[in-house]
Ligand binder design. Structure first.
Ligand code: ACO
Length: 332
């Protein structure tokens, strides 16, 4: 399938995604922590998530997704000018996971760097990649959202371990004069609330020590209710802003792709925006929250299942640690 959509001077010419084979269903989590399928389903909508195999890293998932996106674009990796990997679970603190993907793909002339905006990472990468193309600096950019969240989840903490999964999504952006595409984007952040969703250990503030490992600070920590409220408010506001900037109303949007974190968050945003249920794409029941991969995997599935057609207007909205958020309206 050749999905050539239009951006302003920049087209998304290929989209691809990859999730690991191993399925971890709610029933299995019942035997790991004090939880139930009923609790997880009613509070989040998640039924199962994918978990990377041993030896399968963020770069591995990213490479699989990228090959699919490149194949759809009909572009040789050697033609790439830039690779951006959005992730909070890099293979290593350095070098950048993007460099590992660059090697795997054989993207010999590409610059490569990682971008860290947590669950908003793919929208951030889209805007950065688009800006490089719109400015005339690059012609072919590969953006990837990829996570192996299973590596930073505390599998003894029922508050968080039921929510997340592994996966990757990628898109090829190419220079196409006269293309429309991204109609409006809004990115935002609020470092005042950096502490409500974070992995405290492993950076220069609290490097790994025997004590830090014993204190379990190398795992994701979250104040769920605070994140919930901030997510609904920020995503709704950003979505309203990009609709207004692009001169569209919610009825003009054929497909809304929200960050796949929690069905209740998605429903709250949908109702505040006045969206119909059938406008909103949801696949979190299968994958849980895959952070930077979330909207990229959902975009690929929406395309694969015919939910998006040429000329459709798409609203993508994300929110994550930082805090960060972003919304973008695309014309496909
Ligand atoms: N199974 C059973 N009980 C649980 C579980 C579980 N897995 N997890 C928590 N509980 C218990 C709590 O311990 C608490 O018990 P208590 O009342 O005895 O203390 C009770 O359930 C209620 O907990 P709450 O936190 O009040 O439950 P809430 O309805 O807020 O739902 C949830 C929790 C699902 C985490 C919700 O707050 C949420 O979705 N927050 C947003 C989280 C999120 O999406 N984060 C990621 C977005 S940003 C990003 O993607 C990076």
């Amino acid at each position: 399938m050749s999905e050539e959509n239009k951006l302003q001077g920049c087209a998304i010419t290929g989209v691809g995604s990859y999730v690991p084979e191993r399925i971890l269903a709610n029933a299995e989590l019942e035997s790991m922590v004090d939880t139930t399928d009923e609790w997880i389903t009613s509070r989040t909508g998640i039924k199962q998530r994918r978990i990377a195999a041993e030896g399968e890293h963020t770069s591995t998932l990213a490479t699989h997704a990228s090959r699919r996106a490149l194949a759809q674009a009909g572009l040789d990796a050697a033609e790439l000018d830039l690779i951006i990997v959005a992730t909070i679970t890099p293979d290593m603190p350095f070098p950048a996971t993007a460099c590992l993907v660059q090697k795997e793909l054989g993207a010999t002339k590409a610059a490569a760097f990682d971008l860290e905006a947590a669950c908003s990472g793919f929208i951030y990468a889209l805007e950065v990649g688009r800006a490089f193309i719109a400015s005339g600096i690059y012609k072919n950019v590969l953006i990837i959202g990829a996570e192996k969240l299973s590596s930073i989840i505390d599998w003894e903490d029922r508050n968080t371990c039921v929510l997340f999964g592994d996966g990757a999504g990628a898109a090829v952006l190419q220079r196409r004069d006269g293309a429309r595409g991204v109609l409006a984007t809004r990115l935002g952040s609020d470092g005042n609330k950096a502490d409500i969703l974070a992995m405290p250990g492993g950076g220069c503030r609290q490097p790994a020590t025997v004590d830090s490992v014993n204190e379990r600070i190398h795992f994701l920590k979250m104040e769920g209710r605070e994140v919930y409220k901030a997510a609904v408010n920020a995503m709704t506001a950003a979505a309203k802003e990009v609709l207004e900037t692009s001169g569209l109303s919610i009825e003009d949007i054929q497909c809304i792709i929200p960050h796949q974190a929690n069905q209740r968050i998605i429903s709250a945003i949908g109702s505040r925006l006045g969206a119909r249920e059938d406008q909103v794409f949801v696949n979190l029941q299968k994958y849980g929250n895959t952070s930077a991969a979330s909207v990229a995997v959902a975009l690929d599935e929406a395309l694969q299942t015919g939910k998006i057609k040429r000329g459709d207007k798409i609203l993508i909205i994300a929110f994550g640690a930082g805090l960060t958020w972003g919304a973008t309206v695309l014309e496909w």
